[in-house]
Design a protein around this ligand. Structure first.
Ligand code: SAM
Length: 198
C-alpha cells in the first residue's frame, strides 16, 4: 500500500506539508489554515482503513485533501471510494487541485457543503475519519455510529490535543456497548472505535 505512493502524490504531500507548517507560524487566519494531520497519522489511518470490512469510506473535513491522499491508498487496495465532506469554498478548490495533481479522482467523491446536513443519507459505513470542528464530533457520532457495519471503524482526530472539546464524543463512544474504543497517542491523539461484530 505505501509503495503505491506515486511521485506526483508524494510531491503534493510534500507541498501541502510545507504550507501547513507555514500556516502554523505565520499568523494565517484559521479559516485559511490547512490544519491537516501529520504524516504518521496518515499512515496509521491508511493501515486501519485497509483492514476494514466492505462498505462506504467516509471523511468529515477534507481541507486540501492531505488526509484523503493517505486514505486513497487503502481505498485503492479495497476498491472503495471515499466520500469526503468539506464546507469551505477555499478548501474545496485546493482539494480538487490535490485530487487532480495526485491522480486519485477514481478513489474520491468530494461532497461540497455542511456534512451534518448530508451524512444522514449515507448507507452502511465501513470506515469513517472525523476531522472537522471539534464541537461537531458528538453530532457526527450520533449519526454515524448507527450506520457502521460490524467490524467497521470510526476514527476521530484531536482526541488528545483538544481533549476537553472532544470529551462529550469520547464519553458517548466509551458508553456505547456496541463499540470497543481506544485512545491512541499518535499525532494529535486518535480515538479508534470499532463496531463489535456481535
Ligand atoms: C482539521 S481540518 C481537516 C484536515 C484534513 N482532514 C487533513 O488532515 O488534511 C477541518 C476541516 O473541516 C471543515 N469543516 C468544518 N465544518 C464542516 C462542516 N460542517 N461540514 C464539512 N466540513 C467542515 C473545515 O472547513 C476544515 O477544512
Amino acid at each position: 500500500m505505501f509503495k503505491d505512493i506515486t511521485k506526483r502524490m508524494k510531491a503534493r504531500m510534500d507541498y501541502l506539508e510545507s504550507i501547513d507548517k507555514r500556516d502554523r507560524t505565520d499568523g494565517t487566519q484559521k479559516e485559511f489554515r490547512l490544519r491537516q494531520i501529520p504524516p504518521e497519522t496518515g499512515r496509521f489511518l491508511a493501515l486501519l482503513a485497509s483492514s476494514c470490512p466492505s462498505g462506504d469510506y467516509v471523511e468529515i473535513g477534507t481541507s486540501a485533501g492531505y488526509s484523503t491522499m493517505w486514505l486513497s491508498l487503502a481505498a485503492k487496495e479495497k476498491r472503495a471510494k471515499i466520500k469526503t465532506y468539506e464546507i469551505s469554498a477555499y478548501k474545496i478548490k485546493l482539494a480538487k487541485e490535490t485530487f487532480d495533481l495526485s491522480g486519485i479522482n477514481d478513489y474520491v467523491d468530494l461532497i461540497e457543503g455542511d456534512a451534518i446536513k448530508n451524512i444522514s443519507s449515507l448507507g452502511e459505513i465501513a470506515f469513517c475519519f472525523i476531522d472537522c470542528e471539534k464541537e461537531m464530533y458528538g453530532k457526527c457520532w450520533d449519526i454515524l455510529s448507527a450506520k457502521m457495519v460490524p467490524g467497521g471503524l470510526i476514527v476521530a482526530d484531536n482526541a488528545l490535543s483538544h481533549y476537553d472539546v472532544v470529551k462529550p464524543m469520547i464519553e458517548k463512544a466509551a458508553n456505547d456497548d456496541k463499540f470497543d474504543c481506544l485512545l491512541v497517542p499518535i499525532g494529535k491523539g486518535e480515538l479508534v472505535c470499532r463496531r463489535k461484530s456481535v
